[in-house]
Design a protein around this ligand. Structure first.
Ligand SMILES: Nc1nc2c(ncn2[C@@H]2O[C@H](COP(=O)(O)OP(=O)(O)OP(=O)(O)O)[C@@H](O)[C@H]2O)c(=O)[nH]1
Ligand SMILES: [Mg+2]
Length: 447
């Protein structure tokens, strides 16, 4: 594919040890030869860092440059990378000078990766894995995205596509050579061949709920009456004092969200305003937010204050919500634990003394994460992949119905092709330009 030359700063904009400007395209080498005094060495020693000077009219900087001749580069094109001292102004000034040359322009977000895909250096899932690994905020997310970059998902999808291709080929024989003296595939055999295909797609799809939790983090809402100790528990879970704690009921007004990592998974804990009837307009707004948080959370921790009798508010929480009931303040000398009628607590803790906080973290983990799925090699973390898998399963159901209704082999062949296309869209086969643009627009500049 013929393309122009692009360039961008590939490191974060700011001050640091090193910053990198990347050029890709046919003019990369020519442009570097005009600004780098040791450019003649780049061609002699491709893929090696060469120390020299980048020079302009009124300033220069010591730089390490490297040249990756096409097709053995990230984009598959001629690529040059310039390592500069990591000054914000310096890097921007060098970029501005490079952009003064003709035949080079600033890259769009993700354009280097898009070129890598278009030049066959990787497929879309691998490019999406790169976005995910860059944005990863937990060990599990890192692991899931690195498995995708390594082609794990593409391999799984390609294996299913191979089975579908074989099936389509057998069906096509029956269509193309109807009068030959050969044994054609029967409706029953098509059904049998579809079973493992359906199972493999279903198994991938089964990982998507856990995959979404890994990607977005698990949202855990802390709910309970004022003074139950929600903010104290938030601080205990985080290991530092993030929220204000006082003995005034109604201290927390707005929701407050912070994260911690446990067993490699990110948990987003949301502290909320204590729920009670209030005339205070600000508190009422906070309570409304608390209720919305509870409805949207993956898990709710219903915190009960052991030093006061239970009231209706305490256990009054939507029963369809996934929740843990936690009794707090068991350290308090005046705790009523033994007298409380309701004993169905999942765990009793002291947020102040940090008693049983690790046990609570494990409980939160067990209630939300399927450990077996978490340890699977491939997790579906991307909504686009999930939708393609769902679509292909829908079509398999249609094929099964068509088989039962004894529909013509031509009709089956069409449905099988639709199924193939739905699945293949995951790895970018027949993906239209608009989808590609949407995917790559999520990348940062210079990637
Ligand atoms: N003894 C004891 N006191 C606690 C414990 N947890 C919280 N408290 C006390 O209970 C009071 C309220 O604690 P907070 O964490 O502010 O309670 P909250 O649920 O966030 O309260 P609101 O923000 O008003 O809804 C404070 O005086 C805390 O010191 C605990 O485990 N043991
Ligand atoms: Mg609070």
């Amino acid at each position: 594919m013929k393309s122009d030359t692009i360039c961008a700063i590939s490191t974060p904009i700011g001050v640091g040890g090193v910053s990198i400007i990347r050029l890709s395209g046919p003019c990369s080498k020519d442009i570097i030869s005009r600004i780098f005094d040791k450019a003649f060495l780049l061609e002699q020693k491709p893929r090696e860092l060469i120390l020299g000077e980048i020079k302009f009219n009124d300033f220069c900087d010591q730089a390490l440059c490297v040249y990756f001749p096409n097709p053995n580069s990230f984009t598959g094109e001629d690529v040059v990378e310039i390592n500069l001292h990591g000054g914000y102004y310096l890097t921007k000034a060098v970029l501005d000078e490079i952009l003064k040359f003709k035949d080079i322009r600033l890259a769009e977000p993700g354009e280097f990766s898009k070129r890598a895909v278009l030049n066959g250096k990787m497929d879309i899932t691998q490019a999406e894995g790169i976005i995910d690994i860059i944005n990863a905020t937990s060990r599990a997310e890192l692991r899931a995205s690195s498995n995708i970059i390594n082609g794990g998902l593409s391999n799984r999808v390609n294996a299913i596509l191979d089975d579908l291709t074989n099936l389509i080929a057998e069906v096509d024989v029956a269509i193309d050579y109807p009068d030959q003296d050969i044994e054609y595939i029967s409706h029953n055999q098509i059904l049998q061949a579809l079973e493992p295909i359906q199972t493999n797609i279903t198994n991938l799809l089964k990982t998507s709920a856990t995959g979404a939790l890994i990607k977005n983090g698990v949202t855990v809402a802390l709910a309970g009456v004022p003074n139950a100790g929600k903010s104290s528990l938030l601080n205990a879970l985080l290991g530092y004092d993030r929220a204000i704690v006082t003995d005034v009921a109604g201290t927390t007004r707005d929701t407050l969200s912070e994260s911690y990592e446990y067993n490699g998974v990110r948990f987003n804990i949301v502290d909320t305003a204590g729920i009670r009837n209030s005339d205070d307009i600000v508190e009422r707004a906070g309570i409304e937010r608390a209720q919305n948080t509870v409805n949207e959370a993956d898990l709710v921790i219903q915190l009960i204050d052991a030093t006061r009798p239970l009231d209706a508010q305490d256990i009054n929480i939507n029963s369809t919500v996934n929740k843990i009931i936690v009794l707090n303040k068991i350290d308090a000398p005046n705790n009523l634990y033994k007298d409380l009628k309701y004993k169905n607590f999942d765990i009793s803790i002291s947020a102040i003394n940090k008693t049983k906080i690790d046990e609570l973290k494990q409980l939160i983990f067990d209630k939300t994460i399927n450990n077996q799925i978490l340890n699977e090699q491939i997790l579906i973390t991307n909504t686009r992949h999930k939708q393609s898998l769902e679509k292909s399963l829908e079509i398999i159901e249609q094929i099964k119905q068509a088989l039962v209704a004894n529909h013509s082999i031509d009709c089956l062949a069409l449905l099988l092709r639709d199924c193939w296309l739905a699945l293949a869209s995951i790895i970018g086969e027949n993906t239209d330009g608009k989808i590609l643009d949407t995917i790559f627009s999520k990348f940062c500049l210079g990637k």
